[in-house]
Write a protein that binds this ligand. Structure first.
Ligand SMILES: [Zn+2]
Ligand SMILES: [Zn+2]
Length: 341
Protein backbone atom coordinates (compact mmCIF):
# COMPACT_ATOMS: atom_id res chain seq x y z
CA UNK A 1 0.00 0.00 0.00
CA UNK A 2 1.41 3.37 -0.96
CA UNK A 3 2.03 5.59 2.00
CA UNK A 4 2.95 9.25 2.53
CA UNK A 5 6.39 10.37 3.70
CA UNK A 6 4.87 12.22 6.65
CA UNK A 7 1.59 12.25 8.55
CA UNK A 8 -0.27 14.47 11.00
CA UNK A 9 -0.45 13.68 14.70
CA UNK A 10 -1.56 15.59 17.78
CA UNK A 11 0.65 15.16 20.81
CA UNK A 12 1.60 16.51 24.21
CA UNK A 13 5.03 18.15 23.90
CA UNK A 14 5.52 18.25 27.66
CA UNK A 15 3.64 17.55 30.89
CA UNK A 16 0.54 19.71 31.22
CA UNK A 17 0.79 21.10 27.68
CA UNK A 18 -2.22 21.11 25.34
CA UNK A 19 -2.24 18.94 22.24
CA UNK A 20 0.02 20.29 19.50
CA UNK A 21 -0.15 19.49 15.80
CA UNK A 22 2.96 17.70 14.57
CA UNK A 23 4.06 16.39 11.20
CA UNK A 24 5.84 13.11 11.84
CA UNK A 25 7.94 11.05 9.42
CA UNK A 26 6.54 7.74 8.20
CA UNK A 27 8.08 4.92 10.22
CA UNK A 28 8.41 1.41 8.83
CA UNK A 29 7.18 -1.33 11.19
CA UNK A 30 9.86 -3.27 13.06
CA UNK A 31 9.72 -6.97 13.92
CA UNK A 32 6.26 -7.94 15.21
CA UNK A 33 4.78 -4.54 14.34
CA UNK A 34 2.23 -3.14 11.92
CA UNK A 35 1.36 0.39 10.87
CA UNK A 36 -2.33 1.21 11.22
CA UNK A 37 -4.10 3.90 9.21
CA UNK A 38 -6.27 5.31 11.98
CA UNK A 39 -9.97 5.74 11.17
CA UNK A 40 -11.23 6.58 14.67
CA UNK A 41 -9.75 7.26 18.10
CA UNK A 42 -11.81 7.69 21.24
CA UNK A 43 -10.84 10.35 23.77
CA UNK A 44 -10.67 8.91 27.28
CA UNK A 45 -10.28 10.30 30.79
CA UNK A 46 -6.94 8.51 31.08
CA UNK A 47 -5.56 10.65 28.23
CA UNK A 48 -5.60 13.44 30.82
CA UNK A 49 -3.35 11.32 33.06
CA UNK A 50 -0.95 10.95 30.13
CA UNK A 51 -1.08 14.72 29.61
CA UNK A 52 -0.33 15.32 33.28
CA UNK A 53 2.71 13.06 33.17
CA UNK A 54 1.38 10.97 36.05
CA UNK A 55 1.90 7.69 34.21
CA UNK A 56 5.04 6.08 32.81
CA UNK A 57 5.82 7.34 29.36
CA UNK A 58 7.60 10.60 28.76
CA UNK A 59 7.15 13.35 26.20
CA UNK A 60 6.43 14.19 23.48
CA UNK A 61 3.59 11.68 23.40
CA UNK A 62 0.72 11.07 20.97
CA UNK A 63 -2.20 9.88 23.16
CA UNK A 64 -5.07 7.66 22.04
CA UNK A 65 -5.74 4.07 23.11
CA UNK A 66 -9.22 3.44 21.68
CA UNK A 67 -8.21 3.03 18.07
CA UNK A 68 -9.86 1.49 15.01
CA UNK A 69 -8.13 1.50 11.64
CA UNK A 70 -6.85 -0.47 8.69
CA UNK A 71 -3.46 -2.15 8.52
CA UNK A 72 -1.33 -0.04 6.16
CA UNK A 73 2.00 -1.87 6.45
CA UNK A 74 3.29 -5.04 8.12
CA UNK A 75 6.79 -6.23 9.00
CA UNK A 76 7.65 -9.47 7.13
CA UNK A 77 7.70 -11.30 10.50
CA UNK A 78 3.96 -10.64 10.99
CA UNK A 79 1.75 -13.50 9.84
CA UNK A 80 -1.59 -12.89 11.63
CA UNK A 81 -2.39 -9.52 10.10
CA UNK A 82 -2.41 -8.39 6.48
CA UNK A 83 -2.45 -5.00 4.78
CA UNK A 84 -6.01 -3.75 4.40
CA UNK A 85 -7.47 -5.65 7.36
CA UNK A 86 -9.55 -3.75 9.90
CA UNK A 87 -8.04 -3.82 13.40
CA UNK A 88 -8.65 -2.36 16.84
CA UNK A 89 -6.10 -1.30 19.45
CA UNK A 90 -6.72 -0.75 23.13
CA UNK A 91 -4.34 0.46 25.84
CA UNK A 92 -2.46 -2.78 26.55
CA UNK A 93 0.13 -3.53 23.88
CA UNK A 94 2.46 -6.00 25.59
CA UNK A 95 3.62 -7.88 28.66
CA UNK A 96 6.94 -9.03 30.14
CA UNK A 97 6.07 -12.68 29.45
CA UNK A 98 8.24 -13.82 32.37
CA UNK A 99 6.56 -12.85 35.64
CA UNK A 100 4.37 -15.22 37.69
CA UNK A 101 1.13 -13.80 36.32
CA UNK A 102 2.29 -13.84 32.69
CA UNK A 103 3.45 -17.45 33.04
CA UNK A 104 0.13 -18.53 34.57
CA UNK A 105 -1.89 -16.82 31.84
CA UNK A 106 -3.08 -13.88 33.95
CA UNK A 107 -1.34 -11.33 31.80
CA UNK A 108 -3.29 -8.35 33.11
CA UNK A 109 -1.47 -8.95 36.39
CA UNK A 110 1.90 -8.52 34.65
CA UNK A 111 4.53 -6.89 36.85
CA UNK A 112 5.40 -4.60 33.93
CA UNK A 113 1.81 -3.87 32.89
CA UNK A 114 2.22 -0.11 32.89
CA UNK A 115 5.34 -0.20 30.74
CA UNK A 116 3.34 -1.26 27.69
CA UNK A 117 0.63 1.32 27.07
CA UNK A 118 -0.47 2.52 23.65
CA UNK A 119 -0.89 6.28 23.84
CA UNK A 120 1.07 6.30 27.11
CA UNK A 121 4.50 4.66 26.96
CA UNK A 122 4.32 4.57 23.15
CA UNK A 123 2.62 6.88 20.65
CA UNK A 124 -1.07 6.19 20.21
CA UNK A 125 -3.86 6.81 17.76
CA UNK A 126 -4.51 10.55 17.83
CA UNK A 127 -2.83 10.63 14.43
CA UNK A 128 -3.33 9.57 10.84
CA UNK A 129 -1.05 6.56 11.37
CA UNK A 130 0.15 4.56 14.36
CA UNK A 131 2.84 1.90 14.74
CA UNK A 132 1.81 -0.92 17.08
CA UNK A 133 2.93 -4.49 17.87
CA UNK A 134 0.48 -7.25 16.97
CA UNK A 135 0.24 -8.07 20.70
CA UNK A 136 -1.67 -4.79 21.01
CA UNK A 137 -4.28 -5.26 18.27
CA UNK A 138 -7.23 -7.48 17.42
CA UNK A 139 -9.18 -8.10 14.25
CA UNK A 140 -12.34 -6.00 13.85
CA UNK A 141 -15.44 -6.78 11.78
CA UNK A 142 -15.73 -4.56 8.70
CA UNK A 143 -19.42 -3.98 9.40
CA UNK A 144 -18.87 -2.16 12.70
CA UNK A 145 -18.72 1.62 12.47
CA UNK A 146 -15.16 2.70 13.47
CA UNK A 147 -16.37 5.69 15.52
CA UNK A 148 -18.94 3.61 17.37
CA UNK A 149 -16.57 0.74 18.04
CA UNK A 150 -13.39 2.62 19.11
CA UNK A 151 -14.66 3.36 22.66
CA UNK A 152 -15.55 -0.32 23.07
CA UNK A 153 -11.78 -1.03 23.17
CA UNK A 154 -11.46 0.73 26.53
CA UNK A 155 -14.78 1.70 28.11
CA UNK A 156 -16.63 -1.28 26.64
CA UNK A 157 -13.74 -3.63 27.38
CA UNK A 158 -13.59 -2.57 31.03
CA UNK A 159 -17.31 -3.08 31.56
CA UNK A 160 -17.53 -6.33 29.62
CA UNK A 161 -14.56 -7.91 31.41
CA UNK A 162 -15.67 -6.63 34.82
CA UNK A 163 -19.07 -8.23 34.31
CA UNK A 164 -17.77 -11.52 32.90
CA UNK A 165 -15.13 -11.86 35.65
CA UNK A 166 -17.94 -11.44 38.18
CA UNK A 167 -20.67 -13.34 36.39
CA UNK A 168 -23.91 -13.95 38.29
CA UNK A 169 -26.69 -16.37 37.23
CA UNK A 170 -28.92 -15.30 34.33
CA UNK A 171 -31.97 -13.41 35.53
CA UNK A 172 -30.06 -11.91 38.48
CA UNK A 173 -30.69 -8.32 39.47
CA UNK A 174 -27.83 -6.13 38.26
CA UNK A 175 -27.68 -2.42 38.98
CA UNK A 176 -25.62 0.12 37.09
CA UNK A 177 -24.73 3.09 39.27
CA UNK A 178 -24.18 6.15 37.09
CA UNK A 179 -25.34 6.58 33.50
CA UNK A 180 -22.38 8.14 31.68
CA UNK A 181 -19.58 6.98 29.40
CA UNK A 182 -19.20 3.66 31.23
CA UNK A 183 -22.72 3.31 32.62
CA UNK A 184 -24.61 3.65 29.35
CA UNK A 185 -22.55 0.72 28.05
CA UNK A 186 -22.98 -1.27 31.27
CA UNK A 187 -26.78 -1.10 30.89
CA UNK A 188 -26.47 -2.61 27.40
CA UNK A 189 -24.04 -5.37 28.47
CA UNK A 190 -26.21 -6.20 31.48
CA UNK A 191 -29.30 -6.56 29.31
CA UNK A 192 -27.44 -8.63 26.71
CA UNK A 193 -26.15 -10.96 29.46
CA UNK A 194 -29.73 -11.69 30.47
CA UNK A 195 -29.88 -9.76 33.73
CA UNK A 196 -32.79 -7.79 35.18
CA UNK A 197 -31.21 -4.39 34.87
CA UNK A 198 -31.57 -1.35 37.09
CA UNK A 199 -30.12 2.01 36.05
CA UNK A 200 -29.35 4.51 38.81
CA UNK A 201 -28.60 8.15 38.06
CA UNK A 202 -28.55 11.44 39.93
CA UNK A 203 -31.41 13.05 38.00
CA UNK A 204 -34.41 12.17 35.87
CA UNK A 205 -32.66 13.29 32.67
CA UNK A 206 -31.20 9.86 31.83
CA UNK A 207 -34.42 7.91 32.41
CA UNK A 208 -35.71 7.69 28.85
CA UNK A 209 -32.25 6.84 27.49
CA UNK A 210 -31.64 4.20 30.16
CA UNK A 211 -34.94 2.46 29.47
CA UNK A 212 -34.25 2.59 25.74
CA UNK A 213 -30.81 1.02 26.28
CA UNK A 214 -32.41 -1.88 28.12
CA UNK A 215 -32.90 -0.92 31.77
CA UNK A 216 -35.98 -2.55 33.33
CA UNK A 217 -36.07 -0.14 36.26
CA UNK A 218 -34.78 3.42 36.65
CA UNK A 219 -33.90 4.94 40.01
CA UNK A 220 -33.60 8.73 40.19
CA UNK A 221 -31.33 9.47 43.15
CA UNK A 222 -32.50 13.08 43.33
CA UNK A 223 -35.92 11.91 44.51
CA UNK A 224 -35.36 8.29 45.57
CA UNK A 225 -33.02 6.47 47.95
CA UNK A 226 -31.17 4.05 45.65
CA UNK A 227 -30.26 1.65 48.47
CA UNK A 228 -33.86 1.45 49.67
CA UNK A 229 -35.20 1.03 46.16
CA UNK A 230 -32.76 -1.81 45.42
CA UNK A 231 -33.72 -3.56 48.65
CA UNK A 232 -37.40 -3.26 47.68
CA UNK A 233 -36.43 -5.22 44.55
CA UNK A 234 -34.76 -7.88 46.70
CA UNK A 235 -31.25 -6.43 46.59
CA UNK A 236 -28.82 -6.42 43.67
CA UNK A 237 -26.67 -9.47 42.97
CA UNK A 238 -24.15 -7.21 41.30
CA UNK A 239 -23.76 -3.45 41.27
CA UNK A 240 -21.50 -1.97 38.62
CA UNK A 241 -20.23 1.25 40.17
CA UNK A 242 -19.17 4.07 37.87
CA UNK A 243 -19.40 6.60 40.72
CA UNK A 244 -16.68 9.27 40.57
CA UNK A 245 -16.16 9.26 44.36
CA UNK A 246 -15.25 6.53 46.84
CA UNK A 247 -18.12 7.48 49.14
CA UNK A 248 -20.49 7.18 46.18
CA UNK A 249 -19.24 3.65 45.52
CA UNK A 250 -19.29 2.45 49.16
CA UNK A 251 -22.80 3.79 49.66
CA UNK A 252 -24.13 1.22 47.21
CA UNK A 253 -22.99 -1.73 49.35
CA UNK A 254 -26.27 -1.28 51.20
CA UNK A 255 -28.17 -2.08 48.01
CA UNK A 256 -26.65 -5.54 47.56
CA UNK A 257 -28.41 -8.85 48.13
CA UNK A 258 -26.84 -11.69 50.19
CA UNK A 259 -23.49 -12.59 48.56
CA UNK A 260 -23.83 -9.58 46.28
CA UNK A 261 -20.85 -8.07 44.48
CA UNK A 262 -19.88 -4.44 44.19
CA UNK A 263 -17.82 -4.12 41.01
CA UNK A 264 -15.96 -0.80 40.77
CA UNK A 265 -14.95 0.31 37.28
CA UNK A 266 -14.38 4.03 37.83
CA UNK A 267 -11.14 5.23 39.36
CA UNK A 268 -12.06 7.50 42.29
CA UNK A 269 -8.98 9.28 43.61
CA UNK A 270 -10.47 10.38 46.94
CA UNK A 271 -10.44 8.29 50.11
CA UNK A 272 -13.61 7.52 52.06
CA UNK A 273 -14.00 5.42 55.23
CA UNK A 274 -15.49 1.95 55.00
CA UNK A 275 -16.22 -0.49 57.80
CA UNK A 276 -15.27 -4.03 56.69
CA UNK A 277 -17.75 -5.46 59.19
CA UNK A 278 -20.60 -4.52 56.88
CA UNK A 279 -19.27 -7.14 54.45
CA UNK A 280 -19.64 -9.96 56.96
CA UNK A 281 -23.37 -10.11 57.61
CA UNK A 282 -24.26 -10.43 53.94
CA UNK A 283 -21.03 -12.07 52.77
CA UNK A 284 -20.47 -9.25 50.29
CA UNK A 285 -17.64 -8.92 47.80
CA UNK A 286 -15.98 -5.71 46.66
CA UNK A 287 -13.92 -5.96 43.51
CA UNK A 288 -12.78 -3.86 40.59
CA UNK A 289 -11.58 -4.14 37.03
CA UNK A 290 -9.66 -2.27 34.39
CA UNK A 291 -9.28 -2.84 30.62
CA UNK A 292 -7.78 -6.08 29.23
CA UNK A 293 -5.43 -7.48 26.60
CA UNK A 294 -5.92 -7.82 22.84
CA UNK A 295 -7.70 -11.18 23.24
CA UNK A 296 -10.10 -9.52 25.69
CA UNK A 297 -10.64 -6.76 23.12
CA UNK A 298 -11.52 -9.34 20.47
CA UNK A 299 -13.99 -11.03 22.84
CA UNK A 300 -15.57 -7.70 23.78
CA UNK A 301 -15.92 -6.70 20.14
CA UNK A 302 -17.48 -10.05 19.16
CA UNK A 303 -20.03 -9.85 22.00
CA UNK A 304 -20.81 -6.20 21.30
CA UNK A 305 -21.25 -6.82 17.58
CA UNK A 306 -23.53 -9.81 18.20
CA UNK A 307 -25.76 -7.84 20.56
CA UNK A 308 -25.62 -4.47 18.79
CA UNK A 309 -23.97 -2.77 21.77
CA UNK A 310 -22.56 0.63 20.91
CA UNK A 311 -21.68 3.86 22.66
CA UNK A 312 -23.29 7.15 21.73
CA UNK A 313 -20.49 9.28 20.31
CA UNK A 314 -19.72 12.84 19.27
CA UNK A 315 -17.34 13.04 16.32
CA UNK A 316 -14.50 15.50 15.69
CA UNK A 317 -12.01 15.86 12.81
CA UNK A 318 -8.30 15.55 13.69
CA UNK A 319 -7.78 19.31 13.30
CA UNK A 320 -10.20 19.76 16.22
CA UNK A 321 -8.33 17.33 18.48
CA UNK A 322 -8.00 19.92 21.26
CA UNK A 323 -11.70 20.69 21.08
CA UNK A 324 -12.48 16.97 21.33
CA UNK A 325 -10.08 16.64 24.27
CA UNK A 326 -11.64 19.56 26.14
CA UNK A 327 -15.15 18.37 25.32
CA UNK A 328 -14.54 14.87 26.72
CA UNK A 329 -15.97 15.43 30.24
CA UNK A 330 -19.17 16.88 28.74
CA UNK A 331 -19.47 14.46 25.81
CA UNK A 332 -22.66 12.52 25.26
CA UNK A 333 -21.06 10.07 25.95
CA UNK A 334 -17.73 9.57 24.19
CA UNK A 335 -15.79 12.06 22.04
CA UNK A 336 -14.21 10.36 19.03
CA UNK A 337 -11.67 11.84 16.61
CA UNK A 338 -11.77 10.80 12.94
CA UNK A 339 -8.30 11.50 11.45
CA UNK A 340 -9.45 11.26 7.83
CA UNK A 341 -12.83 13.02 8.09
ZN1 LIG B 1 -9.55 4.65 27.85
ZN1 LIG C 1 4.58 -10.21 33.15
Amino acid sequence: MAHPQTYIAYRFEKAGAPLTRAELPWTEPKEGEVVVKVLATGICASDSLVQGGGLLGGFPRVPGHEVVGDVAAVHPSVKDFKVGQRVGAGWQRGFCGKCKNCVSGKRMGCAELFQHGTGCTHDGGLAQYMVVPTSGICHMPQDMDPAESAPLLCAGLTIYKAMTHNKVPEGSLVAVHGVGGLGHLAIQYSKAMGYRTVAISSSSSKKELSLRLGADVYIDESTQDAVEELQKLGGADMIVSTAPTSAGAWKMLGGLAFEGKLVVVSLPTDVAPLSPSMLCAKRLTITGDLIGDADDCAETIAFSNKHGIKPTVEKFPLEKANEAFDHRPKAFFRAVVLPWA
